[in-house]
Design a protein around this ligand. Sequence first.
Ligand SMILES: C[S@@+](CC[C@H](N)C(=O)[O-])C[C@H]1O[C@@H](n2cnc3c(N)ncnc32)[C@H](O)[C@@H]1O
Length: 240
Amino acid sequence: MTPKTGTLYGIGVGPGDPELITLKALKVLQRVPQIFASCSSKNNYSLALNIVRCHLNGAGLEHLPFPMTRDPKILQEAWEKNARRVLEVLEAGDDAAFVTLGDPLTYSTFGYLLKTLKRLRPEVKVVTIPGITSYSAAAALTHIPLAEGEESFYLVSGALGAARLREVVEKTDNIVMLKTYRNFGEIYQALEELDLLDRATCISRCGLEGETVVENLRDCQGQSMPYLSMIIIKKKGKGY
Ligand SMILES: C[S@@+](CC[C@H](N)C(=O)[O-])C[C@H]1O[C@@H](n2cnc3c(N)ncnc32)[C@H](O)[C@@H]1O
């Protein structure tokens, strides 16, 4: 008889408030013997793990280091090492969870782990449990509808600056921009040129200590943003 291999659960834990987690995620987290979370290779900190800590029942916790680089070779090597560590647990017959901020398939490290695992062991069983995204929680906090009627909204990254924003601005009614902190100055300038500052709301640390909402981006001129910040832009305005 071939030994049983465990299942990996990719779990979205929501953007910060420990109550914004699904029942399905909670049940798995309270049952699996091992929980993984990614962290930067510079520290051993995982916000996703901190969010769910109050719900846990004594599972083993382990950080998987994720180098902060765009070098594909270094990233590939790190993810291969991380995936092999997860496989070790699964192949010993245990189930495991990998927790991640917001939703696991939206700008998440889980995507890298999933691809690497599937490449190394195509037969490995993975179950993904969706999570509430940061922008769903931010929309709820600010009462900003992300799309109504026939409108569309685009989700873009600000990690490389304002280029993506400029690319999509003509094509859509609403834009949600994540990863805005590093290039906030450039993004601010682009929104000023596009005459959209008054239609842009900045939400930082949604559901966490230090949560802030700035309803008009003009009030952020010259400021720096925390890592957990996003901008919601409604080209037609909020309507109230
Ligand atoms: C790597 S992405 C993770 C996105 C996440 N998987 C999701 O579903 O929302 C990190 C970015 O998400 C946004 N973010 C995540 N949590 C947030 C929070 N609590 N408040 C504000 N922005 C948040 C920020 O723009 C941050 O730079």
